[in-house]
Design a binder for this molecule. Structure first.
Ligand code: ZN
Length: 363
């Protein structure tokens, strides 16, 4: 088995720069408002990875452009055409709720989707042990024919379908730990029992009316784990051990994809969770072990959300260190946010409800 982790990164993904502010609210120059899904998410992550020395332990691979045919694996032809046309415009275009294009979007979004396909290829072809796509814009809110929530094309969904078509895999599992519900991924695979979709998310966050425990998909191949606000490292790991691992084990996929949104971090402006860098490292160790157990270690991680410019780069470092099997440079979270520790009863109850809903006890 290949030994090294691949990191797929492309400078052009920095250039996607949606406008700040809320449409309809005039934004004067002096207002200190910046958009959440902003270029610094990548540039600061890159700086941390460079400074840490971790890049000496991984293979850096260039991204490639996804083709229109590949985008249509997860999206309607009309959606693909509409997004491409908007992205060719020099002006910013709003395509859906909180989803915009602007200068730089065209190349960035095709590299985000295509870069993840490259990451998937090197893992499936045995050239790398596992892979991390550090690319943007994110994708998990994008539905078959809908752009929303900073997402234009659903990168992870495209990769799952690509792995099935191009490498003949029977089953793919997608584990989405972004703090928001992976509604797009759920919608794309809702009638497709060959792809298991699991979303851990803060209950009732964006989108407000999706992600309920009861929504199960074809043959139960969709698992939602709504968690209470303030859930931290222990709560996420409990949910992983009790729900994610048994569900993936029972499904027996040929590939594990992770939608890694680090917006459950304790300092994120768009989530109200309490996960530290140590939690992201432990979650990564869990998915590495699970992939080893069920699918020969085939594991591809894709950046989704994560909007704390303090926490996101350090969480991404923790994830890459975990994928590469390196000791953490920071044994404790260097930010030291004041968050509650331990496992609360509300977290135990939320996880127990998901275990019961999917009949996972003893799996
Ligand atoms: Zn998110």
């Amino acid at each position: 088995m290949a030994e090294r982790t691949a990191l797929v990164f492309d400078e052009r993904c920095v250039l996607h720069s949606p406008p700040p502010g809320v449409p309809g609210i005039p934004l004067p120059d002096w207002a200190t408002v910046e958009t959440f899904e902003r270029p610094e998410r990548l540039t600061l992550s890159r700086r941390v990875l460079e400074g840490s020395g971790v890049l000496g332990h991984v293979d850096e691979l260039p991204a490639r452009f996804a083709t229109e045919d590949e985008l249509r694996l997860a999206h309607t032809p009309e959606h693909v055409a509409r997004v491409l046309e908007a992205a060719r415009s020099e002006d910013g275009v709003q395509l859906g709720h909180e989803a915009w294009t602007g200068p730089g979007t065209h190349d960035a979004m095709l590299l985000a989707s295509g870069g993840l396909l490259e990451a998937t290829a090197v893992v499936l072809d045995g050239r790398n042990r596992n892979a991390f796509g550090l690319l943007r814009p994110p994708g998990h809110h994008a539905e078959r024919s809908e752009a929303m929530g900073f997402c234009l094309f659903n990168n992870t969904a495209i990769a799952a379908r690509w792995a099935r078509r191009e490498r003949g895999l029977a089953r793919v599992a997608i584990v989405d730990w972004d703090v928001h519900h992976g509604n797009g991924t759920e919608e794309i695979f809702f009638d497709d029992p060959s792809v298991l979709t699991i979303s851990l998310h803060q209950d009732g966050l964006y989108p407000a009316h999706t992600g309920q425990l009861e929504v199960r998909g074809a043959e139960g191949a969709n698992v939602n784990v709504p968690l209470p606000p303030s859930t931290g490292d222990e709560g996420y790991l409990h949910a992983f051990d009790e729900v994610v691992a048994p569900a993936v084990r029972r499904f027996a996929p040929d590939l594990l994809l992770v939608g890694a949104g680090q917006d459950a971090s304790a300092t994120d402006p768009l989530g109200r969770m309490s996960v530290n860098t140590t939690g992201y490292r432990a979650l990564t160790d869990r998915v590495v072990a699970l992939a080893d157990e069920v699918c020969g270690g085939r594991l591809v991680v894709m950046l989704e959300g994560g909007y704390s410019l303090m926490h996101l780069p350090l969480c991404n470092l923790a994830i890459l260190e975990g994928l590469a099997g390196l000791d953490p440079i920071f044994p404790a979270d260097p930010i030291g946010a004041d968050v509650p520790g331990g496992l609360r009863d509300v977290e135990r109850e939320a996880v127990a409800a998901a275990v019961a809903a999917h009949d996972l006890k003893g799996v």
